[in-house]
Ligand binder design. Structure first.
Ligand code: UDP
Length: 513
């Protein structure tokens, strides 16, 4: 029998479907397909938990059983979204709660998330504390024997734990291909070493584009030669553990940074699957509003306010979940907004709005012009609104991708982590953004490094007015279309996820027969 012809005759999608039906009709059972079982271990910080929850939802939509490991304080960031997923009839995501070893690590009770630890100046201790989860993970892996452990890059110790149980460990970085490549070549070649002063720039070696950075924009522990710098040791562990891992999942799409997807694969020689932008799996308003924390202003309030504004007339300003800002810098931003006359939504974290964070009378003077969100914003919903014309972002990778998928030009204001690389991707490679001109990587901002109101207003105008702004807008719209195509059936990221799942099935067949 020609299975292909018969399948076409019966209008069945694939010969396999036809073959299965043929077996059933003739009394033969098709072998039941094993449901893959994947454990996800997100690093406890909003910018790491949000994308991994999205990855969980993507995997569950492909009939994979997923268990997300978290701790008591962080559980609420997952529960609503999981319940919503369950309501759709998909029961494949479960939550497993580990005790957080705060006391053992010398952290205050309840300090279970990086955003709290950074606020308290305890980030190093916090990073170390997560290693104390290893015993609980060992017991869990031993009990469940999953098909894969997807663990955040900040859990380098998990490669060894997973190896003990012959479970492939896959790394989730949560950053772009470009940043992965740039930081690796900078780490190896130290191209900043022969600069005469901090006012000179260096070019990132080997990569396909000519990209220049100031030495002060690179992570300080890569620059200094202190061998015992915590971060240096930690980065070494991350690198080693990545080398020992089974592969890497990247929240990006091929068409966004093809040169760097190729560069990463060639230079690093490691399996990598791009499956993003993963935030596009949130389709309903409920799903989009349930990301991370509970929104401080009702999403309906934000949307009604935006509905009253003209298309592309509002600037959205948000610096993510952890980047610190000081009052004098907030004043410069507010002055720039006021003198630019632009409509705006400005998100300020609740711990940053002490009484004096705004200049006197600012809110009265800008009434009707601006909406201030104190706390957590429903970012994806806001960015996707047609009234949004530009995004002022700290270039966290999730926010950058969300700006790209919303098709809006960006004013880039990197602070620390790998954000300076993301800025370069946006301003120099994609050419959909304008830099406000931050020159220094810093986790603790000081008045010496303030960005002036004039610089902010100039960048705001560049991104929203004139021919150059229009060209950026057109390019941004093209990228948005590409992003949606990538996640649609047979798109590059859709296929990336398929390849990941197929690879794990093969691994299972070969190793667990
Ligand atoms: N986010 C949000 N509302 C806020 C602040 C942040 O929804 O008020 C989300 C944002 O959409 C993104 C994530 O939190 O998905 C922040 O991740 P990103 O990588 O941009 O920055 P980080 O917070 O890790 O610095």
């Amino acid at each position: 029998m020609n299975v292909l012809l018969e399948a076409q005759k019966h209008r069945l999608n694939t010969p396999i479907m036809f073959f299965n039906q043929y077996l059933v009709k003739n009394g033969c059972q098709t072998p039941p397909r094993h449901q893959l079982d994947i454990i996800l271990l997100p690093f406890p910080a909003p910018g790491h938990m949000i994308p991994l929850l999205n990855i969980a939802r993507l995997l569950a939509s492909r009939n994979v059983k997923v268990t997300i490991i978290t701790t008591p304080v962080n559980a609420s960031s997952f529960t609503n979204a999981i319940e919503t997923n369950h309501k759709t009839g998909n029961q494949h995501i479960n939550l497993e709660i580990f005790k957080f070893p705060a006391q053992e690590a010398g952290l205050p009770e309840g300090c279970e998330n990086a955003d709290i630890a950074i606020k308290l100046g305890l980030s190093h201790k916090f990073m170390q504390s997560t290693q104390l989860l290893s015993e609980q993970l060992e017991q869990f892996l031993d009990k469940v024997r999953p098909d894969c452990l997807v663990a955040d890059m900040f859990f380098p110790w998990t490669s060894e734990t997973a190896n003990k149980f012959n479970v492939p460990r896959v790394v989730f970085h949560g950053i772009s291909y470009f940043a992965l490549c740039a930081q690796e070549v900078i780490r190896i070649y130290k191209p900043f070493e022969n600069l005469a002063s901090d006012d000179e720039t260096f070019s990132i070696p080997l990569i396909p584009h000519e990209i220049k950075l100031f030495r002060s924009q690179v992570h300080p522990d890569l620059i200094c030669n202190k061998e015992d710098a915590f971060r240096k040791i930690f980065d070494h562990q991350i690198k080693k553990s990545e080398d020992e891992s089974y592969g890497v999942i990247v929240n990006s799409f091929y068409e966004l940074e093809p040169d760097y997807a190729e560069f990463f694969n060639k230079e690093q020689g490691r399996k990598a699957w791009h499956v993003g932008p993963v935030s596009l799996c949130n389709r309903s308003i409920e799903e989009k509003a349930q990301r991370g924390k509970e929104a401080s202003n009702k999403e309906s309030e934000c949307l009604t306010w935006l509905d009253s504004k003209k298309p592309a007339s509002v600037v959205y300003i948000c610096f993510g979940s952890v980047a610190p800002f000081i009052t004098p810098q907030q004043h410069e931003i507010s002055m720039a907004l006021e003198s630019s006359g632009k409509y705006f939504i400005w998100v300020v974290r609740s711990d940053e709005n002490d009484e004096e964070w705004l200049p006197p009378g600012f809110e009265q003077r800008t009434q009707g012009k601006g909406l201030i969100i104190r706390g957590w914003a429903p970012q994806v919903l806001i960015l996707e609104h047609k009234a949004i014309g530009a995004f002022v972002t700290h270039c966290g990778w999730n926010s950058t991708l969300e700006g790209i998928t919303a098709g809006v030009p960006m004013m880039t204001w990197p602070i620390f982590a790998e954000q300076f690389y993301n800025e370069k991707l946006v301003t120099d490679i994609l050419k959909t953004g304008v830099s406000v001109g931050v020159k220094k990587w810093s986790i603790s901002p000081s008045t010496e490094d303030l960005i002036s109101r004039e610089a902010i207003e100039t960048a705001l105008r560049k991104i929203t007015e004139g021919d150059e702004a229009e060209e950026m807008k057109q390019r941004a719209k093209q990228l948005k279309d590409m992003a949606w195509k990538a996640v649609a059936e047979r798109g590059s990221s859709y296929s990336g996820l398929t390849a990941f799942i197929d690879d794990l099935r093969d691994y299972r067949t070969q190793n667990r027969a």
